[in-house]
Design a protein around this ligand. Structure first.
Ligand code: SF4
Length: 463
């Protein structure tokens, strides 16, 4: 047991639990959604949307100054400023399309900018979009304005602009501070610049600073990871997301630049994972949900302890009852039991919004079974517990009868001491909290092809 009270799993258990599985940013997962012929289904969902449900707006900006070799995001190298001008105009067109379909002005409690590198937009482009958002929606005074940033390309002047315009949540992709690891993944992000960037953010009173870390990158070893962790802890971010490097070169051309001989083997990867979580917990961070750590006083950690954490495409959130309207190429919306993903490539995305058509490429309307299972899977991934009576009452079912096939599948995990299944709940144990995906996947009705094909989906490993 470590100082924070969570039992860190042994390496053998980690090895056993390392399987390919969805990350469940949605359920059902994107591979089972179908191609959309038009945006009409989404338009109908928006026309019927109740203003009682507040909104999260997400803007995707698919440009970066250079493309990192390990990256799995939808982004491209920015070649000239005209690209962001055209893209920003398309975002404004999409905002107008969405706002015209909603039956009344809707309240917005969260605006999240992701990518790519959103700060590739210039200040004028940001201002024009934010002004249009404020004209089209009621943005709450205490709304979260979150942005993913790169300290190496976000200048001091741009950072001051963001701070002066109310951005109050910053996420920084750190991955690893070691220069050789960075060189092998095509990055150059110095500790000095990152520290300076964090200092400026803190001086403006921002209380929400997130770092992303990745383990399993080329040439990483325990010394380098230990050094990175010391630096990370010194910078004291409020939240830290720790991801396993998903090496999928058949899906990601840029990953072919990686020298595969330098990728740590499975054994080393497990050691890196264990070192990272041990160091975070020694520093007082609490594990929340899956892959995420937060300071005990941080609102996500409080929500985890109170079992009211939720999850959407941007990560964990305390905003339980919002629908997500996403704009920009490849972005994903989650509205009233309907999911849709925008067109991935910029040119057809531009063409669609210019023609006044919602740029939907894939979508899915959830049926009752999907909604029940989504609730169960999200309860596991967000809070480590499913209260059977809550689910039974909410959906008018008997939990035990409905999941008569699934519950026995938990037995191997129960025998390993990872899950408890009793009359009240299915609940991850302290050690089981490290393997929430392994528990959740037993409630997925698509994984074994029972409900429908999953189109040969490739999923990342759980560890
Ligand atoms: S990792 Fe971040 S900065 Fe690098 S290419 Fe991907 S989105 Fe851009």
């Amino acid at each position: 047991m470590n100082p924070s009270g969570t039992v860190i799993p042994g390496k053998e258990l980690v090895r056993e639990m390392d399987v390919a599985a969805p990350r469940y940013t949605s359920y059902p997962t994107i591979p089972v959604w179908s191609a959309a012929d038009s945006g009409e289904a989404y338009a109908e969902v928006l026309r019927r949307h109740s203003a009682d449900t507040p909104l999260t707006l997400y803007f995707h900006v698919p440009f970066c100054s250079t493309i990192c070799h390990y990256c799995g995001c939808n982004t491209a190298k920015l070649e000239c400023n005209a690209q962001t001008a055209e893209y920003a105009e398309a975002l404004r067109q999409e905002i107008r399309l969405i706002a015209a379909l909603l039956p009344e002005r809707h309240r917005v409690t969260q605006i999240h900018w992701g990518g790519g590198t959103p700060s590739t937009l210039n200040n004028g482009e940001f201002t024009a979009i934010l002004n249009l958002v404020r004209q089209s929606f009621d943005v709450a005074d205490d709304a979260e304005l979150a942005i993913e940033t790169n300290p190496m390309t976000c200048t001091d002047e741009k950072l001051r602009f963001l701070l002066d315009n109310g951005f109050n949540r910053f996420s920084i992709g750190v991955q690893d501070f070691d220069p050789e690891v960075q060189q092998r993944i095509g990055r150059n992000q110095t500790y000095a610049r990152t520290a300076e960037f964090c200092r400026t953010i803190r001086e403006h009173g921002v209380r929400s600073l997130n770092f992303d870390l990745v383990y399993g990158l080329p040439t990483q070893n325990l010394d380098k990871a230990g050094d990175t962790m010391s630096k990370v802890v010194d910078l004291s971010p409020d939240r830290i997301a720790v991801y396993s490097f998903a090496f999928l070169p058949t899906l990601r051309d840029n990953q072919r630049n990686i020298d595969t001989s330098l990728i740590p083997g499975t054994d080393m990867k497990f050691d890196l994972y264990l070192l990272t979580i041990e160091r975070l917990q020694q520093a007082g961070y609490e594990m929340i949900g899956m892959d995420h750590y937060a300071k005990p006083e941080e609102e996500l950690a409080v929500a985890w302890r109170e079992k009211r954490l939720r999850r959407n495409f941007m990560g964990y959130t305390t905003k339980a009852e919002t629908d997500v309207i996403a704009m920009g190429a490849t972005s994903i919306s989650d509205v009233s039991g309907y999911y849709c993903q925008n067109i991935k490539d910029n040119a057809p995305y531009f063409e669609s919004v210019r023609a006044g058509r919602l740029p939907v490429q894939r979508h899915m309307t959830l049926d009752t079974d999907d909604l029940i299972r989504r609730r169960v899977i999200m309860d596991i991934l967000c809070n480590g517990i499913v209260l059977k009576e809550d689910v039974s009452k909410r959906f008018g079912i008997s939990f035990e009868d409905y999941f008569a096939l699934e519950l026995p599948r938990l037995n191997p995990l129960i025998e390993k001491g990872l899950v408890v299944n009793d009359a009240r709940a299915v609940e991850a144990t302290e050690t089981g909290r490290f393997f929430l995906r392994n528990i959740a996947l037993h409630f997925d009705n698509y994984l074994d092809g029972r409900k429908g094909p999953n189109a040969g989906a490739t999923f990342s490993r759980t560890v």
